[in-house]
Write a protein that binds this ligand. Sequence first.
Ligand code: PM9
Length: 464
Amino acid sequence: MEKLKKRSWAEPFKIKTVELLKMTTREERVRALKESGYNTFLLKSEDVYIDLLTDSGTNAMSDYQWAGMMLGDEAYAGSKNFYNLEARVQQFYGYKYLVPTHQGRAAEHMISKILIKPGDFIPGNMYFTTTRLHQELAGGTFVDVIIDEAHDPTSLHPFKGNVDLQKMEDLVKKVGANKIPYISVAGTVNMAGGQPVSMENLRQVRAFCKKHGIRLILDATRLIENAYFIKTREKEFEAKSIAEILREMCSYSDGCTMSGKKDLLVNIGGFLALAEHEREVFEEARNMVVVYEGLHTYGGLAGRDMEAMARGIEEAVNLDHIRARIGQIEYVGEKLQSIGIPIVLPVGGHAIFLDAKRFLPHVKQVEFPAQTLAAELYLDSGIRSMERGIVSAGRNKETGDHNYPKLELVRLTFPRRVYTQAHCDVTAEAVEAIYEKRDNIKGLKMIYEPKYLRFFQARFEKLA
Ligand code: PM9
């Protein structure tokens, strides 16, 4: 008998409650897709089989977190769950000050309003949709300072999320450091394919910022997943714990915005956190949060939500969890690569990104190849994904023309602790089926475009 040599890993949890999935017929999906204007954001979730739209707020909570939900202290002021969350943020992220928010964009709103003056420039390691919009609404202009490799889906650079210091230097020369209130550095850069930033790069960016008096604000949304890449790809950190790496990353910043709906294994929640030396910014944010979110000890969250997030932090830094989390994405990535599907490489932390430009080379960018591919995937199998290309990139605020991103991607985003390996196999097979008939796929025409963050609500029609 042949010996099994490979030692597999498995999910570090077992399943206690299940949510039944609904299967649909092709006719039902054709109708649902037409009704949703070929936009997967407008589909009803009951019409979706495997939901890979996002990893945001779609996590499965543990029994430890659910038990915490029962310990919600729903007092209007001074909830004990706030203090639990504050203690965890201090312990694991190292920031002294915490302002809870209902989700990440509320923290982005506040930091943008507080730090940006009209005419300022805010560099970042690639744009994120909500982050950039809040910077623009505050009168600022986003400047992309990520390394060039990030815009190349075939580059195998291990840290495609890195900041290009030459681009920072050029920006300082051009506009002056006094016009740059802060640089926003994201962990596992979402729009680049979930690509990490290295600790070495963070240290260099910190030194550069110190020299020029520029703040460094982290987008910590998926920083724990970034820490795993540092552990596995940067020799100096191979023996360090995820928690130690996370603390060190944060130590190079002045604060962070956070969408807890990703790394922190909850369905809602976020925060703005600030380092000890940022007392004034904290005071301003703590005052501002009562205008937009709620009192500073709940910030738009129920006490139970804060408890679930506090407990989520503890679980998220566990190595077994994070290895399985990223291992699942790698599993799908290897499968797709083995059958020749063009994807962004190296595989990132939270999703597989299909390269729609290479998948559908005959569909012009103005005919929305990624939007088209996401629609086709739904049609084939009821799997929901998300466009991350020209639709997400929006319009140039000066010229009004589309922004034309180099990356035209479809994101298959894996919620944490939700889908099994069999769901992964079904997904890979569906992608393969579409790839086989790709030549017959036609693009889309946009027939409705909202003013802000158009990808959420835009509507399309099939081109004849
Ligand atoms: N990200 C995602 O699906 C949810 C909505 S799509 C706009 O990837 C980063 C890096 C994010 C992010 C949300 C936010 C905003 C900030 N930074 O959704 O407001 O990926 O909690 O966070 C989404 P909230």
